[in-house]
Design a protein around this ligand. Structure first.
Ligand SMILES: Nc1ncnc2c1ncn2[C@@H]1O[C@H](COP(=O)(O)OP(=O)(O)OP(=O)(O)O)[C@@H](O)[C@H]1O
Ligand SMILES: [Mg+2]
Length: 247
């Protein structure tokens, strides 16, 4: 299988704290890869380094074989790589549609001033396709801030997919989402993968969510990769149980 993303020997330290300590892994074309691990083990920092929010202390990141280490988030967006953040990043005063258009513009690196201008480069149409895909049609014109938390998380995920989607990194998409919305979210992410060929990496603490969504799971502990395997392998690994699931 062709790797979309290759991370090699990635390291990030903050003063004396080594948050990511020599992490290597590949993401294959069309896969849904999970990342689990205890609080503070470096998962979000890893995403920050990949997307260019942080400059890694060492190691390299390749996208389709091209070295993109140290690229800006804007440059990564233009290459079709985007992410969601652990804390919601929707604009509460803007409508669902406007949030999606804005996300699309950020990904393409066009100017904010064009948001409501005539030449929206097909973004309104794409936003409406995404609204339909994520089943938010009845809320298209509602202010994002008026949506339930779960609906906002769904919108947040949809915004990340406005980039293309080539590769999307989701940081705790299920966090704080109720059971009904969770099933919805999982089903939509699966469809995004199956119908649109989106490749994604999902950080999650919700084990059932990760294990049922992902084909492969990376377990991180204290900045390092403890193991990588199928959900079944990860679930039954004694080291994982001891380091993570058992605590
Ligand atoms: N900007 C920063 N400055 C200093 N230390 C940081 C910074 N960002 C993260 N850290 C530290 O790096 C370590 C890893 O944090 P990170 O947020 O990556 O963990 P995480 O695995 O995402 O945790 P969680 O599951 O709680 O979201 C922690 O010790 C954290 O305090
Ligand atoms: Mg985190």
């Amino acid at each position: 299988m062709k790797p979309v993303l290759q991370v090699t020997g990635l390291r990030k330290s903050f003063g004396g704290v080594v948050a990511v300590d020599g992490v290597s892994f590949e993401v294959h074309e069309g896969e849904i890869l999970g990342i689990i691990g205890p609080n503070g083990c470096g998962k979000s920092t890893l995403f920050n380094c990949i997307l260019g929010q942080l400059v890694p202390s060492a190691g390299d990141i390749r996208l389709d074989g091209v070295d993109v280490t140290g690229s800006t988030p804007e440059a990564m967006n233009r290459r079709g790589v985007s992410r969601t953040f652990q804390l919601l990043q929707v604009f509460p005063e803007l409508s669902v549609r406007e949030n999606l258009i804005l996300a699309g513009q950020e990904h393409r690196g066009t100017m904010l001033a064009r948001l409501f201008g005539p030449g929206d480069a097909g973004l309104t149409a794409e936003a409406d396709r995404m609204i339909g895909f994520f089943r938010l049609s009845h809320l298209a014109d509602a202010k994002a801030g008026s949506l339930s938390y779960g609906q906002q998380k769904l919108l947040d995920a949809a915004m990340a997919f406005m980039a293309g989607p080539r590769l999307v990194l989701l940081d705790e998409p299920a966090g704080g989402v109720n059971l009904t919305m969770l099933a919805d979210l999982k089903e939509r992410l699966r469809a995004m993968n199956a119908e649109r060929g989106a490749t994604f990496v999902v950080i999650e603490h919700n084990m059932d969510f990760v294990m049922s969504l992902c084909s492969r799971v990376i377990v991180m502990v204290e900045g390092k990769v403890l193991m990588t395997g199928t959900p079944a392998q990860v679930r039954s690994d004694p080291a994982v149980l001891e380091a993570y699931l058992g605590n």
